[in-house]
Design a protein around this ligand. Sequence first.
Ligand code: BG6
Length: 512
Amino acid sequence: MSDKPQTNPLREGLASRPMPQPCTVVIFGATGDLTHRKLIPALYNIAADGDLPSALTVVGFARRDKTDEQFRGELEEAAKKFSRQTVQDELWQSFANRIYYHRSEFGDDDGYKRLAERLKQIDAERGTRGNRLFYLSVAPTEFEGILEKLKQFGLNKTIEGSWARVIVEKPFGTDLPSAQELNRVVSATFPERDTFRIDHFLGKETAQNIMVLRFANAIFEPLWNHRYIDHVQITASETLGVEGRGPYYESSGALRDMVQNHLLQLLCLVAMEPPTDLSADSVRDEKVKVVRSLRPITGDDVGINVVRGQYSAGAINGKNVKGYREEERVDPKSMTETYVALKLNVDNWRWADVPFYVRVGKRLPKSGTEIAVTFKGAPEVLFNKAVTDVGNNVLVIRIQPDEGISLRMQAKIPGAALRIEPVKMDFHYGTSFGKASPEAYERLLLDAMSGDATLFARRDEVEQAWRFIDAIEDAWHKSQKPPALFEYAAGSWGPKEADELLERDGHTWRRL
Ligand code: BG6
């Protein structure tokens, strides 16, 4: 492996726009859902925006028998269905001509030997300069075998001036020991700087905007602490159920599926200190400090600060839906949580005594992800004394849908009487910038091609997050007297115990 710095100097950290070098993207598990729904549509959209180097080539590595033509045909169908922009025939043709299919078992020596030859040939014919991006879109049980083969056939080694990187999809382990083991396995083949652990929430435009909001504006940062902030709520609500992913979800549950990664990442962006610069490691250094400052929730505290729930039959948008235990390939006696609400504390100087309430759930009435920062109330003099119910200021960062930011403040209702009502200052991405935000995978693929790991999870972040999550999982699954799993009807806002979690502190969950 070359010791030369592998990042493009024009594209360091969050500082400038992507300038990827030509490369070959090798997707392991290329016949899977992710390739069709996300990866190929994302690459097509990058191409449509003119940001994809013309030499970029894709090789789909999978077990099924298929010709290049068949593979391209299937991907075209998928792109038409899932692409953000309309697929244009001419552009698709020129994009599809750079896609190849490579049939092989994941453990077959001959398959990797042929892959190595094919990559060399692509370099010579297309000018991909020996740059390789391996995308592991396979079950974690396959990681080790594939990585070992890449090493055995020298595919992790690069010629002078080129690079080889790996993108690893979630789930990144199911607990701390398995994540550590995975990290060990990956690091035996690729150094940390070439390892990109994907968390697609970090690629969402509004998630990236949290840092801009906080550190490019002078008015928020002075207020961004325990003196002025009362509490923070982070919600990720989905109307969807488990959508045929029963076996995966059964071994995961909402806490591992969403909190360990996506929601803790959002919390870190809200709570972190300003990084010293915008490089990947400076940003991630600050995020990992937040996870390290999370007050551990262990033993009996789990029943007090964490509420878990599972949906029963109900109705979403007027349509009857099954309960979780009736879903396909789900244990009829399953104890897997599809909802979780937590009260968290970040034990550092900035956030002392500011609760962070986090909730996530499937089969809730509405889909939406948002962060709501509630400021402390104005002193109880003047208007706050004369008028009851003067609400607090709330800054809401809408991650999706309708990405944007709003600030709730108090205003006088016109007229002779003194009546005060909350009004909103509202910024919508759609109307302010007049164009759709790129999909998370577009940004993240471009970043990985450019060697920028800022929006990817670092080894220590992942492990620290598991440390925090494992204590809760242990209390649920290993203790003598595990806290209850509460039922909620599909289409409701979760178990009432989750409301009580906030009511105890004099708060209520925001309605999305
Ligand atoms: C995935 C989870 O990581 O994120 C899914 O495995 C969840 O269960 C999904 O539905 C939510 O992502 P998004 O981008 O659709 O909000």
